[in-house]
Design a protein around this ligand. Structure first.
Ligand code: NAD
Length: 498
């Protein structure tokens, strides 16, 4: 029996209203497990209306009261961690342990949001002029919307709504239509935590729901995470309709391996960094730039590890990675491997022939490894979003840095070296938003902020952390003087304080 996933509006799952639907599948078997309703513009507007209605009372609560709801939410996420992970894995295909890790990274943002009273403190300056004081406060925007990708169906929504909510906003989430179960459950738990109906709504859907949110006059801000073409569209449409927009896009994350690196450590780190979650992470390493004689040594150490990768369904405790999200995406990634071969790159490990007994219709692809990739190749220029790693060779640190900085994407990057000077120069000069030193996937913790540069992000402010608080609030500064009995009369020139 298949389930139908609808929407979560005004504190409850909506009945199925007919309309458009799309299949939801199990990526390991290819079998359809349910359908998801695709919201119309009218249904999306209902969610916005519910959020609008709830916002005034929610914003009037003290930050402490909102934080206490978040403390309850934290406890509920901890209690249901395995259940949420299972919902993720069944529709996304990632390994259960990886899904648990995803929930934990989302939970960390909830923990950050529990500090709302501290996060929302303003600044105060007494005596900015004689008997004049000035102070600032951060106020909510109103209704905020979140548009999220398939690859982190729990974590990426949790980058957004916990911070938005504790700042006094209400929220409409439009998660990926490919794995909508976990976000629906997250919204239910928010009600259980004590948030009033309408504070967090979920509309499932596609471009129709997205466009309805981007043009709705009551939506004040839009947070987007997904591919670069859609990020750019959301940024331009949302901005044109007067909204504050942060739009995080795709990536081609480079790791530079210097000749003095601990090659075994670098190879192990990059194996997980490139092939974990079948490469379907925006921070996955997809290009290694090996400097000088590091090239041959890296390939000798790394290639056997790629050959030994174990691929399996999400509940196989021995698997290193699972399937790709859909059959279409598998075909796209396989096509990139074909393109790489045609372009003349050396396919050192070919995962295209992988067949798993009992899972013949699953979206599985073995790890693929290209050597001697060059900067003009499509497999280097474009985001593949699968278990395919390109290795490029560079003569020097400067040549490697120029290659990384010349790439259109600038999400995350890493350098593997024992040389502090090289690491420092790389961290300071590289054109990317997140940098790792001997750390393959340098995802900032919840109390820092996440965000890329160049074509990996459009708009201001990163996700979560202090940047998230700034994104979801408006700054107001008050300058005040109390009547003192001294009357100065009208003034017609700019006052100078002092
Ligand atoms: P996607 O761009 O296809 O979808 C993201 C969201 O946009 C979904 O909610 C989807 O329904 C909606 N959408 C899709 N097409 C649309 C259109 N034409 N008009 C309006 N809305 C549309 O991305 P995806 O395939 O779900 O996720 C993978 C992508 O996300 C990769 O490119 C990956 O790098 C990126 N990503 C980036 C980050 C980051 O932090 N920078 C994090 C995770 C994923």
């Amino acid at each position: 029996m298949t389930e139908t996933i609808t929407h979560f509006i005004d504190g409850a799952r909506t009945p199925d209203a007919g309309g458009r639907h799309q299949p939801v599948t199990n990526p390991a078997t290819g079998a359809q497990t349910g359908t998801v309703a695709l919201a119309s513009a009218a249904e999306t507007a209902r969610a916005v209306a519910s959020a609008r209605e709830a916002q005034r009372d929610w914003a009037a609560k003290t930050p402490l009261a909102r934080a206490r709801v978040m403390f309850n939410y934290k406890a509920l996420i901890e209690r249901h961690r395995d259940e949420i992970a299972a919902l993720i894995s069944r529709q996304h295909g990632k390994l259960l342990a990886d899904a648990r890790g995803e929930v934990t990274r989302g939970l960390e943002v909830v923990e950050f949001a529990c500090g709302a009273p501290h996060l929302l403190k303003g600044e105060y300056s007494p005596q900015v002029g004689t008997d004049v004081d000035s102070f600032s406060m951060r106020q909510p925007l109103g209704v905020c919307a979140g548009l999220t990708p398939f690859n982190f169906p729990a974590m990426v929504p949790m980058w957004m709504f916990p911070v938005a909510l504790v700042c006094g906003n209400t929220f409409v989430l439009k998660p990926s239509e490919r794995d909508p179960a976990a976000p629906m459950f997250l919204a239910e738990l928010m009600m259980e935590a004590g948030a009033p109906a309408g504070v967090l709504n979920v509309v499932n859907g596609d471009k129709e729901a997205v466009d309805a949110l981007l043009t709705h006059p009551e939506v004040q801000a839009v947070s987007f995470v997904g591919s670069t073409p859609v990020a750019e569209y959301v940024y331009s449409q949302g901005s044109a309709h007067g909204k504050r927009v942060q739009a995080l896009g795709g990536a081609k994350n480079h790791a530079v391996v210097m000749p003095d690196a601990d090659m075994e450590q670098a190879a192990d780190a990059l194996l997980g960094g490139a092939y974990g979650s079948a490469g379907e992470r925006c921070m996955s390493v997809s290009a290694v730039v090996a400097v000088g004689e590091a090239g041959d040594r890296f390939m000798e150490t790394f290639a056997p590890k790629v050959r030994n990768l174990r691929v399996g369904p999400y509940d196989d405790p021995d698997a290193d990675m699972g399937p790709l999200i859909t059959a279409e995406h598998l075909a796209k990634v396989r096509n990139y491997v074909d393109i790489g071969v045609q372009e003349g790159a050396e396919l050192v490990v070919d995962g295209r022939d992988l067949r798993l007994q009992g899972y013949e219709s699953g979206n599985f692809l073995g790890g693929c490894l290209f050597d001697r990739v060059t900067a003009d190749m499509r497999i280097y220029q474009e985001e593949i979003f699968g278990p395919v790693l390109s290795v490029l060779r560079a003569d020097s640190f400067e040549a490697a840095l120029a290659l990384v900085n010349g790439h259109p994407y600038g999400n995350g990057t890493a350098i593997f070296t024992r040389d502090g000077d090289a690491a420092r120069a790389y961290s300071s000069r590289v054109q990317a938003g997140m940098v790792g030193v001997n750390v393959p996937i340098p995802v900032p913790m919840a109390f820092h902020s996440f965000g890329g540069w160049k074509r990996s992000a459009f708009g201001d402010h990163g996700a979560h952390g202090p940047e998230g608080v700034h994104f979801y609030t408006k700054l107001k500064t008050v300058t005040q003087r109390w009547p003192s009995g001294v009357r100065e009369g009208a003034k017609f020139v700019m006052p100078t304080m002092g």
